[in-house]
Write a protein that binds this ligand. Sequence first.
Ligand code: FNR
Length: 345
Amino acid sequence: MSSDRKDDHVRLATEQNRDRHRPNDFDDIRFVHHAIGAADLDTVSLSTRVGSDEWPLPLYINGMTGGSESTAIINRDLGVVARETGVPIATGSMSPVFKDASTSPGFRVIRDENPDGIVLANLSANASVEQALEAVRIMRADGLQIHINSVQEIVMPEGDRAFSHWPENIARIADALDVPVVVKEVGFGMTGATVARLASLGVGVVDVSGRGGTNFAAIENSRRTGSDFSILSEWGQSAVASLLDARDVADDGNVSLLASGGVRTPLDAVRALALGASAVGVAGGFLRILRDDGIDALIAEIIRWTEQIRSITALLGKTTTSELTTSDVVIQGGVRDYCLARDID
Ligand code: FNR
């Protein structure tokens, strides 16, 4: 059942991400052009501080898969892509390893192919401290992503129904690990209050992972054999809205923000960096390229992204990714309405 589920996720997410130019909240963020303000391209450094670590690039392949034969092959390919491009990468949820140890190599292959890169393991907020330590050990991981996915679980007929223990469990894991813990959504976004709560639990890095890209409410609804639950397909907020809400919390210096969910282009990535993200994650869009066009196409695409992130950074007159937060940005449309309604400056 579980490995079928992983294969379903890959297939359905690939289909969802074929429409690459669909509008989302990133369109509401416009940069103001300053005609004589640009910096020299070769002075731009793309390295970025995430928590207490330095990442070589502000772009990463977000947690996706593992646990079946075909997803082990995807993980091998993603490991090669990460090695060839230098981007950090996360595994998909490693919970299958604790039900069937024979699935472990299908995750570890990411590290095997990418021995020197930044690799994050991934588990759910139900994981025990022992499982968290073991996942990090298996991957020789530089950090652990813990996903919080209440919407997805609720729409899944076989999903979890108890969530109130998550904060206490996350605090226990954050306390026990000697690598950074990254708490992430899976495409429904966060509020500033959620990020502040996570920081108070000892979490140093939060990926707001918002709506507008891969949609797990729709994916799980299409897997349901019982009653329709499509009414949650528009649930949640975008990465853009989440960043605007949470950036003041990050300014206090206790927590770094990562952004993912609906990042379609290098311009979207720079928009997220300008709104306070330390780095930007892509999942479904890169999976779609890997599956439709192959490994070389994905390597070329990620190299193009890093070159264009550098170009746009220079165009904005900045020489580091952290300076992008001082860019002149105009917030329009639905995102502006959201900020007004929620009293976000
Ligand atoms: C995911 N995502 C995910 N996240 C996570 O923390 N653990 C997981 O196991 C998975 N599994 C998974 C499978 C597939 C096929 C996809 C496409 C995605 C969620 C992912 O990391 C990200 O938060 C969302 O997909 C939103 O980003 P995109 O896809 O819009 O770039």
